[in-house]
Design a protein around this ligand. Structure first.
Ligand code: SF4
Length: 365
């Protein structure tokens, strides 16, 4: 069935599937797989700052800027040293993920000024340029919601960029998940993803499942991503991430989504997006990761041989060898990819500096 033809009611009905209908759903999703391998990108995670203007109810990454152990701003020399080390381990992606609009905080603002920068985005651009000039890695930045001008500046020095849509639900802005997070306003996030589309930036987005959204809202979120992809065609992967509870977070008592809910979400995502890779983070699903491959997941995302997952520090990434074993056990092959997928490695999507870097890497995708 043509993915553009799915109505909200069709999707809701698939997400509510019971008994053998779930197996049918998985089989339909499985058949959408274009290939029998599962991709991953060898990356290193660089959290430029632990300060964030948002306070999401499920976050363990954000730190108080007044706490003495908080990383206000990573210095360029420390970043380049980490990236060079990562290069020796075979990493090819420098993943810059950090708190949103941290420069609204005086401590970050003054740390930036000491280094001669006016904003986090200006600093990020500099760090990406340094990455290209001094290391063997390709930058992939997740700076949160940013405007068109900022995104245009970053496109020149990034192989791809990302922003989780998480959910189109405005209700969540009044709930524990997003009540203190202006940056989680769905309109802002959609605008950011669309700006990336207008600029033809290869993009990673995704949904966070189980933070209080309804089945109908899950369907609406998927349809919104489909609308954007039909309009711009720049989404290279969609992450279906399950909420995991953690000690000490405001949502500690909130229930996690069940395995079946996740299987249905992954399956429906693949059916709706045969043209996009569907990623399930293996570190959040260590016991269940293999089952998602049967439901159409075809990418493990970034896996690091040396940096921990700062966003989910309690869930370490499986070693690459372990990932290889569990992928093979399920009957698939593991395949390394770059931060940008082969379909997007062209002048239409990448700056010449990134294309030249990829050429130098001599990496066979
Ligand atoms: S989840 Fe992301 S956006 Fe939300 S508070 Fe944490 S770092 Fe900020």
């Amino acid at each position: 069935m043509n993915p553009q033809k799915f109505s909200k009611m069709d999707i809701v009905s698939l997400l509510n599937a019971k008994k053998s209908k779930i197996l049918d759903l998985m089989m339909s999703a499985y058949k959408q797989r274009e290939h029998q391998h599962v991709t991953f990108s060898k990356n290193v995670f660089i959290p430029l700052t632990e300060v964030c203007r948002n306070e999401c109810g499920y976050c363990t990454f954000r730190k108080d800027p007044l706490h003495p152990e908080t990383c206000i701003l990573m210095e360029p020399s420390a970043i380049i040293s980490d990236l060079k080390k990562a290069g020796k381990y075979g990493c090819k992606e420098a993943l810059f993920t950090f708190g949103e609009r941290a420069d609204e905080t005086p401590q970050v603002k003054s740390a930036l000024e000491e280094l001669g920068f006016e904003s986090m985005i200006e600093y990020l651009h500099h760090i990406c340029q340094e990455t290209l000039d001094k290391t063997s890695l390709l930058p992939h930045s997740n700076p949160g919601t940013i405007n068109f001008k900022e995104m245009k500046m970053l496109k020149a020095v990034n192989a791809s960029m990302g922003l989780m849509l998480e959910s189109t639900s405005h209700r969540l802005m009044k709930m524990e998940a997003h009540a203190k997070s202006p940056g989680k306003n769905p309109w802002l996030r959609i605008q950011t993803i669309e700006n990336a589309g207008k600029l033809k930036i290869p993009f990673t987005t995704g949904l966070l499942i189980g933070i209080g959204e309804s089945i109908e809202e899950r369907a609406e979120s998927l349809l919104e991503l489909r609308r954007i992809q039909d309009k711009y065609g720049h989404i290279q992967e969609i992450i279906i991430q399950n909420f995991r509870t953690k000690a000490g977070i405001p949502m500690e008592q909130h229930p996690e989504p069940s395995l079946l809910e996740m299987i249905k979400m992954v399956s429906v995502a693949k059916i709706l997006f045969p043209d996009v890779s569907i990623q399930v983070p293996p570190n959040l699903n260590r016991e269940n990761a293999q089952i998602f491959l049967m439901a159409g997941a075809d990418d493990w995302g970034g896996v690091s041989p040396l940096s921990k997952d700062y966003v989910n520090p309690e869930a370490p990434w499986p070693e690459i060898e372990e990932l290889e074993t569990l992928t093979q056990d399920a009957g698939f092959r593991i395949k390394e990819r770059l931060a940008v997928y082969p379909e997007y490695t062209s002048k239409e999507f990448l700056s010449q500096i990134i294309l030249d870097k990829i050429e130098d890497m001599k990496f066979k995708q």
